[in-house]
Design a protein around this ligand. Sequence first.
Ligand code: ACO
Length: 346
Amino acid sequence: MVHFFYLAAQFLRRLMGLVKASITGVHGYTPDYILTNKELETMVDTSDEWISSRTGIKERHILKEKGKATSDMAVEAIKGLLQKTNTRPEDIDLTICGTVTPDTVFPDTANTINHKIGASNAWGFDVNAACSGFLFSLSTGARFIESGRYKKVLVVGADMMSSIVNYEDRSTCILFGDGAGAVLLEPSNTGFGLEDEILRGDGTGRDYLVMRAGGSLNPPTAETVADREHFVYQDGKPVFKAAVKGMTQTVQQVMERNNLTSEDVTWLVPHQANYRILTSVADALGFPMEKVMVNIHKYGNTTAATIPLCLWEWENQLKKGAKLILTAFGGGFTWGATYLTWAYDQ
Ligand code: ACO
């Protein structure tokens, strides 16, 4: 029944000629400094073998330059994006930044980005959904395009996880890296674009993956600093299980209501948290790993940046009309799956 109403709504949308949002360009940025597993061996009690076999990660990029922050990585990604799409910064209407490492708690990072790139006619805001930040921002951006009032929306996922990682905690410091990826959303002129999505949240997961202090619940004090509560805390096992379940279920649901099998889908683009999570999700859904974008070995978990960094890296293999399913799971808990058809040939 739900399926019927969904199809009817899709049909009506087409009949009424409603605007569809499409990605018309993608670009990424990672800082130069590479933190290898070998270097981590000198910092905490770990080994390349443990990290590689438990996570698939070999190295991650870290922003080391003093005075640089999340917005600077986002700006680098966006500059490349504007150049390759021949877009003037003053033509941008809106910038949405998915991040859990904003430059400052407030003001938001999106406004800083707009200032730095010269997007003088744009407004912006941040979306805080941890590793689902890009997916949630993409969905939000698409609604603005679909409204008909917005023509050019930047969606960027950017995180400087090194600023909130405790490099004395071996259970988390091996996982994360820094990076940014950005896409341009415009009204589709090819018929391809964002087709469907299922996004979810469950606040009961908030204690498993959290930065405990720094917000209004636990404002910063000497004690919160001494107790290391300004760093990422994660209870890995329950998060692992919930991630596999959440991503598998939402991808399954989105495929079912769009009559897609794993053979119809060109690429599965999962958030890069752990290689074992990626293979578990792919196996459960019947996707061969050749159809799954994986770059976790090079970048680790860059939180909101992993999905656009994948799209950027695979851009020259993406053909117009290709069917992509994006999926993510993150702190909150937050998760979901988005189905889109690729709108251009490189
Ligand atoms: N090196 C060596 N040993 C380690 C390390 C390390 N870096 N880290 C932990 N260990 C040890 C532990 O102390 C433990 O030892 P013990 O058995 O003596 O107690 C043992 O290894 C096993 O630890 P586990 O935590 O059980 O290891 P697990 O196999 O669960 O892997 C991991 C941990 C990689 C964190 C995994 O649980 C995971 O990937 N979880 C999900 C991550 C995720 O998806 N996060 C969501 C997105 S992130 C976001 O939103 C910001």
